[in-house]
Design a protein around this ligand. Structure first.
Ligand code: B12
Length: 158
């Protein structure tokens, strides 16, 4: 719950999950993102560092967040991200969930255009490699509506 100019609003823009992935133990990137997302008016649940894929999946399924923000800075974000997004998108309930990834995603400096395209093709809605400032992330977050990710999803074969 937070106060806005005299009024009190409960869960105004929904909950955003902020998380690292299994291989990454860095934490200040997550603290930074938690503050940034909070400033944008969302409630934030920060899952922390070295989050196993299974925990990420169960948290998304149980909390049904407005967005999942993945951060990685150890250089393995590209590989971790490809694996994680394919696992998440395999759940029909999570196919429409906005999922973004950012940080220092490759071991050789910024990702190539081809690598970014692979992440998008695998299911990410946006990729924020370190060359960008936060303006593009803020613009993306501004387009989100609480509950949008919970619209009914067509289950193939149903
Ligand atoms: C502190 C630190 C550590 C600490 C972490 C302690 C902790 N509790 O966090 C320790 C010593 C544990 C560590 C370990 C390692 N580290 Co380290 N570490 C750093 C260091 C010095 C600072 C990181 C930091 O806290 N920055 C402050 C936070 C606020 O900023 P940030 O992490 O840069 O994130 C910013 C952006 O990336 C962006 N961002 C991040 N995520 C996202 C997500 C979205 C959606 C958006 C929009 C933006 C965004 O926003 C943030 C603010 O601008 C950096 C070097 C540096 N000066 O940056 C190396 C660095 C990240 N580490 C590095 C490496 C290689 C490692 C190790 C692999 C070293 C090793 N051989 O063991 C291990 C990996 C451990 C693991 N399993 O992950 C490399 C990664 C290189 C790469 N990506 O190719 C770096 C860059 C050092 C370097 N120049 O080589 N590290």
């Amino acid at each position: 719950m937070r106060a806005y100019g005299g009024g009190v609003v409960t869960d105004p823009r929904g909950t955003v999950l902020v998380s690292s992935m299994a291989s990454d133990s860095h934490t200040w990137n997550l603290v930074y993102l938690e503050l940034l997302v909070d400033e944008l008016g969302f409630d934030v649940v920060n899952l922390g560092a070295c989050v196993p894929d299974e925990l990420l999946e169960s948290e998304c399924l149980s909390r049904r967040p407005t967005m999942l923000v993945l951060s990685s800075v150890n250089g393995h974000g590209y590989q971790d991200g490809l694996r994680v997004i394919q696992r998440l998108r395999a759940f029909p309930e999570l196919r429409a969930l906005p999922v973004v990834i950012g940080g220092k995603l490759g071991v050789g400096g910024p990702l190539t255009a081809d690598e970014i395209a692979q992440l998008l093709l695998a299911g990410f809605d946006a990729v924020f490699d370190d060359q960008q400032n936060t303006a593009s992330f803020r613009r993306f977050a501004a387009t989100l509506t609480a509950g949008a990710a919970q619209l009914p999803v067509r289950v193939e074969g149903a």
